[in-house]
Structures are given as structure tokens and as C-alpha cells.
Write a protein that binds this ligand. Sequence first.
Ligand code: ATP
Length: 202
Amino acid sequence: MKKIGLFGGTFDPIHNGHLHIARAFADELNLDMVVFLPAGDPYHKADVKHAAAHHRLAMAELAVADDPRFAVSDCDIIRKGATYTFDTVQIFHQQFPTARLWWLMGMDSLLQLHTWKKWQTLVRQIHIAVAARKGDNLNQAPAELHAWLGDALQNQSLKLLNAPLYDISSTSIREQIRQGHIPAESLPESVARYITDHKLYR
Ligand code: ATP
């Protein structure tokens, strides 16, 4: 059975933390591919603090170029209106009806899962892999998630990745750039160059 990993995010910008956890995701679960899914733009226009979807998509494409298992889809960008993971997953199910789908997220996202559209149906349709994130751990999970967490960890439809902590966030990268410093150690070189060339986040 083909195993496909899906990785949704704003990727504003995509950074080495994203790439490290996506590699661990592919390695530990032996995935055939990992599809990065940059989110569409919210209704308000992109401002200096944030980059428009076409820039975030372009940076994601540059960042995945080194790993043959990685791909980028604009599926959440071209869809009109608000996009939900639930709907994205239906699209991939139709496209790959016999594949096992895995969704990657950080621990901060897992702790919010109960707020996602149709989350209880969603978790029956996909398996979920979670990367550790500084400041967040499973003990903080809200009561709504407890019963599912217990079951999912036991039946292995939820997997906590072994990848180490990567203390990198897009928020801190945007803030550093705004103050005039591009944190090269946190970004693929091609992405750092793209940010400079397009004067993003200034
Ligand atoms: P922001 O700081 O703007 O909120 P972010 O760095 O969290 O951005 P997103 O694009 O929102 O990046 O993240 C997409 C997914 O990747 C989320 O599920 C998030 O938890 C996860 N993620 C991002 N960075 C890391 C990291 N350093 N370690 C583990 N998970 C991460």
C-alpha cells in the first residue's frame, strides 16, 4: 500500500524546523512521498508582516527541491473561501483511493485538534504524526481529546515522532527579518535568498 504524508501549514516562511520534521516523518513512517500544502491567504490582504500565498508557495517549492520524496501542492491556495484540513483530505482520498494517508503536525497543533472542522471524522480517515514542539506536551491536551488520544496511541493511528526538538518558528523568523537580520541558520539558503530578493517581511 502506498503511504502518502500530507503536511499543511502557513509556511510563512517555510523553515528548517518544517524540513527536519518532514524528513523524520518520511523516514520513521517509511512514506513514499510528503506533500507540503501551503494555506491560502486569509481574506484580508497580505501586509508587511506576512507574505502572500504565491510567495509562500514559491518558497516551499525552493525548500523541497533537495529531497526527492518531497512535493508541494497548491490545493489549499486555489480553493475559494476558507479551507479546512477535512476538505483537503477528501481531495487526496479521491486522488489516491488505495493509499494510506498520514498527516503531519507539531504538538501545538495537536493540542488544538478538537477545534478543527469534523475532527472526529477526520481522525478516522487519516493517521496523524506529531513532532515535539518547545513548550507543548501531551499532558496539556484538553479533555475533549482524551478518549481519542488513548485509543489512537494504542492502535497506532497516532504516532509521536522521535525527531528532536527544533526551536524554530516562522513568527520568530519574521520578527528577526523585520529587525534587519535574516536568520540564515534557520532557513534553506534558497529561501533566505528569495526573502532578500523579494524584500519580504521588512
Ligand atoms: P508561526 O510561527 O507563524 O505560527 P510555525 O513556525 O508554527 O508558524 P506553521 O506553518 O504554522 O509554522 O506550521 C505548520 C505545522 O508545522 C504546524 O503543525 C506546526 O506545529 C508545525 N511546526 C512548525 N515548526 C515546527 C517546529 N520547529 N517543530 C515542530 N513542529 C513545527
